[in-house]
Design a protein around this ligand. Sequence first.
Ligand SMILES: [Zn+2]
Length: 388
Amino acid sequence: MATPDTQRLEVHVFGAGEGESIIVQTPGGEWGVVDCFASSLTDPTTNAAYQFLERQGVEEIQFLCMTHPHRDHFRGMSQLLDRFKIRSFWRPAVLSGKRLEWLLESVRRDATKSGADKFLKDSEELFRIFSLVKEKKQTTGKPAIPRHAATGMQLLPSGSGAGNVEIWALAPSGRQIERYEDELSACFDADNRFVRAAANSSHNIASMALLIVFGETRIVLGGDVERSGWQDVLSEFDANQLSCHLVKVSHHGSTNGYSEGLWDCFSRERTPIAVITPYHRHRLPRKDALEHISQFSRVFTPCVDALRASEIPHEVSDVSLKSWLALRHRLKIRSHYIVPTFATIGFRSHLAPRTPRSTLKAVSMAIQRDRKRVIRRSAAIAFGQRDV
Ligand SMILES: [Zn+2]
């Protein structure tokens, strides 16, 4: 495995038109995975996160995070739990005890009712993930530390083996947790008999969003948080705390994936990079959302083909493609097939005293200063991802 660069945080966003996975390598050389997607539950070669980590020679994952229980965010996570040692498993605070049982039962009943093999397999996968998390706890001696995330919670303390990186939960808020609890409890009557399944769309209510802080560099991973979730974030954090360099856009660029004023906060000090993972089947991102987001950011996607196929006006599509080309040019990435399959962005943080203006300069300079290393790394991980 390559020696970690103590001054660089890496974020890799995967998403090939369905599902997403984000891999974080901390400056201490530790690894984190936020969400996961494998098109085949029996074939880990369809799991981008799994493949990437294997190629890097990783044995241990510092944290594995399921932002929320939707198939495009958890499918294939059992493959990671089977293969790697997981030190900490993060989930929204609502997914434990009775509420977790309600969820698993609701998803199972819904899948059985639909009779569709795909949904049955997904429901088994969700059950298996939570079973494996428990199993690891019982058998490895070193238990996977459970973290039940809610707004304001620090999930990764700085000064740990992760170097100078902190990770905080921006969402879900207490209000969203209560909404989701109501949704799950309505699936059962007073005698705990199943009444109806939770609406599939309701699982986004519980979605986590993360804030990664690395010196002056701030990164928001938005999960699938929807409008009312972001309203809560805006009421609990001030704009300076949300000003950032990179945003993994929430809910695949849907029109309910942001709220009024959110992108003003994200872009308060600089124009951030926005990474959108398209969801082809649901025709995401949407034109209105992309127009809105691109007013405040430079939009990138790991999957240009899916972006092109979604409902996007020609001129916006051109902007996104141009921004991709600009990034490729800046990083001198030569391999064509890097573009449609994943975005990889390396930041060298600037650990100087808080001076927002110079930070902006430092980050953009850092990418250039670090250019050669970023190129090599990008090329090294561009292994046959076209098939994923
Ligand atoms: Zn999603």
